[in-house]
Design a protein around this ligand. Sequence first.
Ligand SMILES: O=S(=O)([O-])[S-]
Length: 100
Amino acid sequence: MSVAELHEILPNKSHCVVDIRDANAFSSGHIASAIHLSNESIGDFMREADLDQPVVVCCYHGISSIQAAQFLLGQDFTEVYSLDGGFTQWQSEFPDSVER
Ligand SMILES: O=S(=O)([O-])[S-]
């Protein structure tokens, strides 16, 4: 989905946003309410996740998130989106919606 679409639905809290960038990038700024997903945290995430809640995957530029979204779909999540343009696009369009 596009950053504009996510920006519009984010206040609904209907979607779970997961950020797969490295920990440093995440801590220097991320989409509000996003969860950082790493090799270390993915186990817990899977155990606690609601498979029916839509997930939006965010990476740097929207490329690796495509594969991560495919992976999550393979893990029985029902609705998974890759964020087009990634955090880079988000930050340039919605600098006020970056949480640090
Ligand atoms: O994070 S990226 O694969 O879009 S460069």
